[in-house]
Design a binder for this molecule. Sequence first.
Ligand code: HEM
Ligand code: MG
Length: 330
Amino acid sequence: HPVPPPGPLAYGGTKLINDARHPFRAPGRNDIRGPCPALNALASHGYINHNGIARPSEIVAAVMEAGFNLENSAAVLTTYAAFLVDGNLITDKLSIGGSTPRTGPKPPRPATAGGLNEHNTFEGDTSMTRLDAHFGDNHNFNEKLFRSFVEYSKKYGGGKYNLTVASEFRNKRFRDSIATNPEFSIVAPRFYTAYADAVLPVNLWVDGRQDDGQLDLEVARIFFEDGRFPHDFHRAARPTGTDNEIELFNDHPIEPGRNVKGVNTYKPDHSTPQKLDDRCLQYTYHANHTVPSVYPNPKGPLLESLKINLRYLFSAVKDKGCEEVFPYGK
Ligand code: HEM
Ligand code: MG
């Protein structure tokens, strides 16, 4: 049976994370790392399994308590949204990077249980420091992209990464993909994570004692490139989620859509609701469309696990007054 996700933290203040019991150990040949710099750091400091394979409940616990003080409902929503499409629902295990038999036997197609590197199930285009999958590598740090992140931080943030920079850089990455990636696509769920990813470094990578929304560029590099906590790193001062993503969206709103006939042929696709501030809608869309597109006809233990994990997903939005949906029956 899957292990249920933990609830909110008892103590939600700042504290030392890069401590003596959790030193950085570089990933070895058999350790998996992937497109999320935060999960990479949690694995390399032993807050989740060093090999990069973890249960979703362990990931929820780690992003709250150990690593970042990510707010409980954001942790549960993100983790289970990703786990449902990229994880192994029978073994309750997720690879934070590439596909591996170590998470268990493959489910029936079109599901792949392929890990977080799997393109367009959860991972998607216009990442800040990772290339679009079309260009070959959607998960490793890219130096050229990071230089552009630095350049924007100098131009718009006086040498720090902050909300102003986040807004401009998110928009730039979107324009880049339209102009250079013939296969560019940004629909659900990537449409809902693109703005969130841009604010997370402002909200959760600034040391909790500093708490001023101004991310030092050396610290940014340590997270993005090394997947490592900076020396003496203290987590955020309070449980925090994707605050201010709406402000970013309002600065430069984009429409869900894709390049339909090569570069510069962007066509909006409103089957993805263009609403970033409606968690009920995002939950409902994921449960009713995205998950069934991966598991159109599940049976037996797979069906049972889908129902259980969809309920965990719902638990993240329950308090917001959302209505539970049952794409596979009750
Ligand atoms: C990117 C998963 C928590 C920071 C990603 C991506 C995935 C992912 C799949 C790749 C998306 C893409 O760029 O195409 C998860 C899961 C989490 C989680 C399952 C569980 C709650 C966090 C936390 C932080 C964080 C707590 C910050 C403290 C980031 C950032 C990126 C990212 C900054 C963007 C990387 C880039 O654009 O270059 N995450 N993440 N994530 N994640 Fe996470
Ligand atoms: Mg990406």
